[in-house]
Design a protein around this ligand. Structure first.
Ligand code: BV8
Ligand code: ZN
Length: 289
């Protein structure tokens, strides 16, 4: 049976929901000009995952991996959140939440926003919120696949959020070339031996994104919150990558409802309670309006 696309009944589910969770994927950022992964011109169509998004790939050729992520950092820095990001961010505004979801246990507690995206756009969309709501929303925002804007040292594990670009001079040269590893981004973190503090660690940095085979961030918190979730919004994801792809069925299993927002049919959406097909930059603001 096809899921309902009746807006009023979805708004009824919103109004009676006690705990809402949102899961976002690359389709959320499509309208901002960020390529998805598996669509026709997607990143995994034009790049080999093994070569650019795996631990082995980084070990074999850190220069190629860093150039792949540098180009994406530059693209994202030049992009803006779109109305779909803002529609989700507005759910963190208590005045909006108490209007559309009055049954929530606590309308000052924003719905948990779990994004698979690493583009930082959902975080930047929070800027539309009043300061107190923005602070609360930042605490309920989980980048489960990491972020283009966090680096981690492969030696001392020091991790740092940074919007500086290029991260090193060599990455600033546009043409593809084999950058010597000592000219790739290096660690400026402190190193300690007992009580002695040493200067730059100098270790090779990596993008703090979750590659295939690596454990996603925040899985403990996600599992806890999903347990109580009675309405999951699944936005712009092919639902092909686990464990995120399994969130909808775990919510359904304990009686929760699932609403899918996607440009086209996606994996497992026939089990959803609601399905809103179309560009989420149109469907989300309209349905949540
Ligand atoms: C893990 C970061 C263990 C890097 C990414 C066999 C069976 C089941 C699982 C596995 C298996 N073999 C291996 C696994 C595990 C593997 C996996 O799931 N593989 C798949 C491919 C089978 N998963 C892992 O390795 C994960 N780790 O399992 O660890 C573990 C787990 C739990 C607890 C303990 C231990 C790690 C996965 C993370 C990999 N990293 N990216 C980078 O980005 O460079 S994956 C990549 O896929 C992105 O993170 C992305 O977010 C994610 C999902 O893709 P989508 O966001 O859905 O994007 P996609 O292009 O696929 O789809 C876009 C959708 O948007 C489409 O539906 C399209 O129709 C729609 N759309 C387009 N435009 C619009 C739109 N919708 C609305 N409006 C529009 N305008
Ligand atoms: Zn270091």
């Amino acid at each position: 049976m096809l899921p309902s696309s009746d807006i009023e009944s979805f708004r009824g589910a919103l109004a009676s929901a006690k705990s809402i969770v949102i899961l976002a994927g690359a389709g959320l950022s499509a309208a901002s000009g960020i390529p998805t992964y598996r669509d026709a011109d997607g990143l995994w169509r034009t790049n080999s995952i093994e070569e650019v998004a795996s631990i082995e790939g980084f070990k074999n050729n850190p220069s190629r991996v860093w150039q792949f992520y540098h180009q994406r950092r530059e693209l994202c820095l030049g992009s803006q959140p779109n109305p779909a990001h803002q529609a989700l961010a507005s759910l963190a505004d208590p005045s909006v939440l108490s209007r559309i979801a009055p049954s929530l246990k606590d309308t000052s507690l924003p719905p948990l926003l779990i994004t698979q995206n690493i583009d930082d756009l959902s975080r930047r969309a929070l800027d539309i919120l009043p300061a107190s709501a923005k602070k609360a929303a930042e605490e309920r925002f989980l980048e489960m696949h990491g972020s283009l804007f966090v680096t981690r040292c492969t030696s001392c594990q020091h991790s740092q959020r940074t919007y500086t670009s290029p991260l090193c001079t060599a990455l600033g040269n546009s043409e593809e070339r084999d950058i010597p590893v000592d000219q790739l981004p290096r660690c400026g973190g402190e190193t300690w031996a007992g009580s002695n503090r040493y200067g730059r660690c100098g270790g090779l940095l990596r993008p703090a994104v979750i590659w295939f085979g690596e454990v996603p961030d925040h899985m403990g918190e996600i599992a806890r919150v999903l347990n109580w979730c009675d309405l999951l919004l699944v936005v712009g994801t092919s639902s092909r990558v686990y464990p995120a792809a399994g969130f909808a069925s775990s919510v359904k299993m304990h009686g929760g409802k699932v609403a899918v927002f996607n440009l086209e049919r996606s994996n497992g959406d026939d089990d959803a309670d609601f399905l809103f097909l179309g560009p989420c930059v149109e469907t989300l603001p309209h349905v949540l309006g």
